[in-house]
Design a protein around this ligand. Sequence first.
Ligand SMILES: Cc1cc2nc3c(=O)[nH]c(=O)nc-3n(C[C@H](O)[C@H](O)[C@H](O)COP(=O)(O)O)c2cc1C
Length: 346
Amino acid sequence: MEPINLLDYEVLAQQRLQPAIWDYFQGGSEDEVTMRANRAAFARLYLRPRVLVDVNTIDMHTTVLGMPVSMPVLVAPTASHKLAHPDGECATARGAGEAGTIMIVSTSATCSAAEVAEAATAPLWFQLYSHHTLETTGKLVKHVEAVGYRAIVLTVDSPYLGRRERDLHNQFILGQHVSMANFSNKNASASPSARHLVDTWETVDWLRSMTTLPILLKGILTAEDARLAAKRGIDGIVVSNHGGRQLDGAIASLDALPEIVEAVAGRCEVYVDGGIRRGTDVLKALALGARAVLLGRSILWGLAVNGQEGVRHVLELLRAELELAMALSGRPTLASIDRSLLKVAR
Ligand SMILES: Cc1cc2nc3c(=O)[nH]c(=O)nc-3n(C[C@H](O)[C@H](O)[C@H](O)COP(=O)(O)O)c2cc1C
């Protein structure tokens, strides 16, 4: 099958990957209620298209934290890319660069932060899990700053690892040939349960004091926390439930987005991830006030199926769908996308 959309890549990736690796990529926590809710939230929102608008030219270029991107779609941080393809995160970074967008590289990457920076052709952001002590975490932050990362994305929804029951059933562990490249003990698990540090707002203040890079918090789902983040001068928020892999039963990220956009009232940029598979999904997230969206699993599907080229193709397929959706809804620019585009289905 020639993949013509992201869901085709999902089918092909499942055929390609060993079942335990597939489950690790695909699964959520416990009953996977939140994982399913992420998709269902998009299906409940319908579009109110305007017609007879001049849609000869569609422009989706934008900036994120001042950095230009070719479209409002970024690559979410996901762990262990070498389980999908031997070139790992280096291939993903090159694919994202070809598509003109930013990759957020995970702390739990299987290529080192320096290797990915070397391979990259577009700006990179670094997703941070603090580990062991503030001292080791600080060293990692200084290192990624030195090798050219342009923002720090602190993930705040994972003080402990969610119960990923597919992995427990499979007794899943990283294979011999794959390790966490950013950890001094290369065999150390990057899972939050294996770490000793539980972050609090004090960690955020500490991070703010020790780096001049922009800081984003990933994993905020409430207006209350969004207000605290904005008050602390955080540059961006990623509204996320970790793709349904942490607290099962947590609200769908799309459903959390409106209250967070309202709470921060333009004080920082707001992004969203979770369940984005279609150009119309991107359009709906933008209409609710997201500056851009992040893709998690679908990037891993592209990587598993065809390495760097698969990542590029996944991003290009989504770009083409978003372009068509903007044209058919009479919204030729990002500025013309607003809440009047949406109707909640009864
Ligand atoms: C296999 C896998 C590994 C992930 N690893 C990380 C990680 O290391 N750090 C992080 O902040 N989020 C991680 N996430 C969450 C993603 O950044 C993102 O929030 C989620 O995948 C978005 O949902 P989607 O997969 O439906 O697009 C991971 C998700 C998956 C599926």
